[in-house]
Design a protein around this ligand. Structure first.
Ligand code: FES
Length: 367
């Protein structure tokens, strides 16, 4: 059994194999100076975007801010499934102009409550712009442009038993799952792992939940999660869901596998991931754009194409959200994302260009 890493190095919002991901930040913004400006939406948003108002802000422990977002007219919001996230659009002013950021945050409230979306946002020093800006600028009454909920981390409706294992801010989608499972009268346990009680967010909320007895708190300095003791027997057919920092999730997943959980019963959602841009340079031909670029070591395909004037859709820039997916027309991708399934990687006909690279000298992409 691997040694358990700290649960509290979690960074959020912000999926390997079957799971899909949320949340991350734009690297080029990491050190960009920002000024306080109104956050969003003076114009009407596109159809799949909404203008929502911050109805409540709680500055919680562990540098986590909880926001409740409501419709300006108090109407019901579009429904969401447990595990879903929303895109939050943030306009940030930097020295040389305004930058539009899109960040994904899991919905952590009760899916049965249509009156509000609840978010938990970590003020992460490693943030590359979005979360730090939101922490500084989102106050009660602030209007935000928010996408309709999307779910890439859904619950298995047939699981006889469900175990949710969250590290730090990674607990957010699992809280929504716990609400849903409780509402459906299903068997579940939520293990919430953090470094210390003093830096654990959501404690006041958890203490008031009707299913408080289904939540087990683990603090690294008091007694961390012990998978052999705490996870249900694999023979019970339990499905496991985990979200948190990569090292924490790797520990949970490898522990579950060694306890006999089948890979198909282990579900995960990464909030962000390290991007490995090492390796030799290669050529990329953007077939639709008629552009060829050299992608040097340390530079992503997306960055090289953008520098050459090719329009590239990007969001997380860390291989977890799927926004930058393109079809591969020639060449063999070196997949470095956490979004595609093993089968999709093997097929080799699509790739995430914010992080993945080439196995050979050249790729031809449908972009
Ligand atoms: S931008 Fe999110 S996976 Fe590439």
């Amino acid at each position: 059994m691997p040694e358990m890493p700290s649960a509290a190095s979690a960074t959020c919002c912000d999926a390997a194999a079957s799971a899909r991901a949320a949340g991350a930040f734009i690297p080029t913004m990491q050190n960009a100076p920002m000024t306080d400006q109104p956050l969003a939406s003076t114009a009407a948003p596109p159809a799949d975007l909404m203008t929502l108002v911050v109805d409540r802000r709680v500055d919680d422990r562990g540098d986590i801010m909880r926001l409740d977002l409501v419709a300006p007219d108090g109407a019901d919001l579009p429904p969401f499934e447990a595990g879903a996230h929303v895109d939050v659009h943030v306009d940030v002013h930097v020295d040389d102009g305004e930058v539009h950021l899109v960040r994904q945050y899991s919905l952590c409230g009760d899916p049965a409550d249509r009156s509000r979306y609840r978010l938990g946002i970590l003020d992460d020093p490693q943030s590359r712009g979005g979360s730090r800006a939101l922490h500084r600028l989102a106050q009660v009454g602030t209007r935000l442009t928010v996408g309709t909920p999307r779910n890439l981390f859904g619950l298995d409706a047939q699981a006889p038993e469900t175990v949710l294992v969250g590290g730090g801010i990674g607990v957010t989608p699992l809280l929504a799952m716990a609400h849903a499972l409780h509402g459906q009268g299903r068997h579940f346990t939520l293990h919430y792992c953090t470094r210390t009680r003093a830096r654990t967010a959501f404690l006041d909320e958890i203490e008031g939940l009707a299913f408080r007895d289904k939540i087990v708190l683990h603090f690294d300095d008091e007694g961390p999660l012990v998978p052999e003791r705490d996870l249900p027997s694999a023979s019970d057919g339990a499905h496991l869901y985990t979200c948190g920092p990569s090292g924490f999730m790797d520990f949970v997943i490898s522990s579950a596998l060694s306890l006999g959980y089948g890979a198909e019963r282990i579900h995960r959602e990464y909030f962000n991931a390290e991007v490995d841009e090492s390796g030799a340079g290669f050529e990329v031909e953007a077939a639709r754009s008629g552009v060829r670029v050299h992608v040097a070591e340390g530079v992503s395909i997306a960055a090289a194409l953008k520098a050459a004037g090719v329009a590239v859709n990007l969001s997380c820039e860390s291989g977890v959200c799927g926004t930058c997916l393109v079809d591969v027309l020639e060449g063999v991708p070196d997949h470095r994302d956490k979004f595609l399934t093993d089968e999709e990687r093997e097929a080799g006909d699509q790739m995430l260009i914010c992080c993945s690279r080439a196995r050979g000298a050249k790729l031809v992409l449908d972009i």
